[in-house]
Design a protein around this ligand. Structure first.
Ligand code: NIG
Ligand code: FE
Length: 421
């Protein structure tokens, strides 16, 4: 056993989420294993040694440096399992357009939306993208997130997609956060692939025949994802792309049934995807298919809020059907420019009608499962990585309650100070 390097003491509560190292579903999702008046011992190897009373930890580990948690609440660092955090300029002008009645898909048809971000990103240098992302990722970390999935998808050319993923790799090396890269070359059909012979078929051939092999050969991504949505990629096209990705050794994710139903959840289940994401327009058959496949449903309530759409994913029906539910930010310049996982927890409770415990499990253990990392992160229990967030509240239910505020005092990743240090 590793010796202790740090004791986190004087916490009012610890949200441990301790339990099996896999996605939690049904009643299990409702147990965040909250403990009062305990502390956490962190080993020299960056893993958790024990969660126990302060007195017991001090007795077992005399002379070890202590951090005073000032009667705050410790939680597992949030696992934000769905972001598009690598982008150039913000797209604030689209928010007003939508308020004036121009829909998200209509903005895209006019050459805005994802296309606007693609034009912008292609013109920027790698250094510029690193600088922009670094500032944004630091804000995200300051709100309690310690692991973040980051998708490519604003390049949409072989060169630009590879460059995006290399930038994400560089960020992973430079920042104290854990980053998980996802290849999203099929985020849109680029505007320069709209007419034969350079048509959508030619672009899909580029994604499957060149991009995916190159991404896999360089080890640039752990997952592949597709925006499967009427008007973007059909279920058949998505199946072809994800099948190629799986053959290349990538894990699978899917933007599924986000705005309109296209039986995309059923496709995610058929392919045994690790997660199906969004799901505001999922059908009853889609819910049953996800439950049978054990695919994590990653819900992104910030997106529907920011788009001003009245419909949210049927979180209660998903939990009741036995689908493990994760919560994530969808952080991106078009539909969800929030850096705050605590705000996403608020929406999880107030819009999706999850209990607070269900929301915490969704943003920790189940987020980890959505990244294939449930055996390493997402819970505060012996042997897991010491990824923690400390909040300036007395009760964990205050974290989703004070919405729009940031009560995160600091975070640790692998026992090392990350944000707020
Ligand atoms: O998850 N749906 C596709 N992708 C993003 C939006 C990307 C953008 O508008 O830039 C989403 O909502
Ligand atoms: Fe997304």
């Amino acid at each position: 056993m590793s010796r202790a390097a740090l004791l986190l003491l004087n916490a009012a509560q610890v949200v441990t989420c301790a339990g099996p190292a896999r996605a939690r579903r049904g009643a299990e999702q409702g147990d965040a294993a909250v403990r009062d008046r305990v502390g956490v011992a962190v080993g020299a190897d960056g893993r958790i040694l024990a969660v126990d009373s302060d007195a017991a930890l001090r007795a077992a580990h005399p002379g070890v440096p202590e951090h005073d948690c000032v009667q705050g609440v410790l939680t597992p660092g949030f696992v934000d399992s769905h972001t598009h955090a690598l982008f150039g300029r913000a797209r604030y002008e689209e928010q007003e357009l939508r308020a004036a009645g121009v829909g998200y898909m209509e903005i895209a048809r006019r050459g805005g939306g994802i296309h606007a971000s693609v034009r912008d990103l292609r013109e920027r240098s790698a250094d510029d993208l690193v600088a922009l992302a670094t500032a944004r990722l630091r804000r995200i970390a300051a709100h309690g997130t310690t692991t973040l999935e980051v998708k490519s998808g604003y390049g949409l050319s072989l060169e630009s997609e590879l460059r995006s993923l290399r930038v994400i790799r560089r960020l992973a090396g430079e920042l104290p956060l854990r980053l998980v890269p996802t290849f999203l070359g099929a985020h849109e059909v680029p505007l320069d692939y709209r007419e034969a012979p350079r048509d959508r078929e030619a672009y899909i051939a580029l994604v499957t025949g060149e991009m995916i092999p190159a991404v896999a050969a360089e080890g640039l991504a752990r997952f592949a994802d597709v925006f499967c949505e009427p008007g973007v990629y059909s279920a058949d096209e998505s199946r072809r792309i994800l099948t190629a990705a799986r053959a290349a050794g990538l894990g699978l994710k899917l933007h599924a049934d986000e705005l309109e139903n296209g039986a995309a959840a059923e496709l995610a289940a058929e392919l045994r995807a690790t997660s199906a994401d969004h799901l505001a327009a999922i059908s009853e058959a889609g819910i049953q298919a996800l439950a049978a496949a054990g695919t994590v449903a990653t819900l992104l309530p910030g997106t529907m809020l920011f788009l001003g759409r009245p419909k949210q994913a049927p979180a209660r029906a998903l939990v009741q059907a036995g689908v493990p539910v994760a919560l994530a930010s969808d952080f991106n310049p078009g539909t969800s420019p929030t850096v705050s996982l605590p705000l996403v927890l608020t929406l999880g409770v107030s819009q999706l009608r999850l209990s607070v415990a269900e929301a915490f499990v969704a943003a920790t253990v189940n987020g980890a499962a959505a990244l294939g990392l449930a055996d390493e992160i997402g819970q505060l229990a012996a042997g897991f990585q010491a990824d923690l967030a400390l909040f300036d509240v007395r009760d964990h239910r205050e974290i989703p309650y004070w919405y729009g505020d940031n009560r995160c005092l600091r975070t640790w990743v692998g026992g090392r100070p990350c944000a707020g240090a």
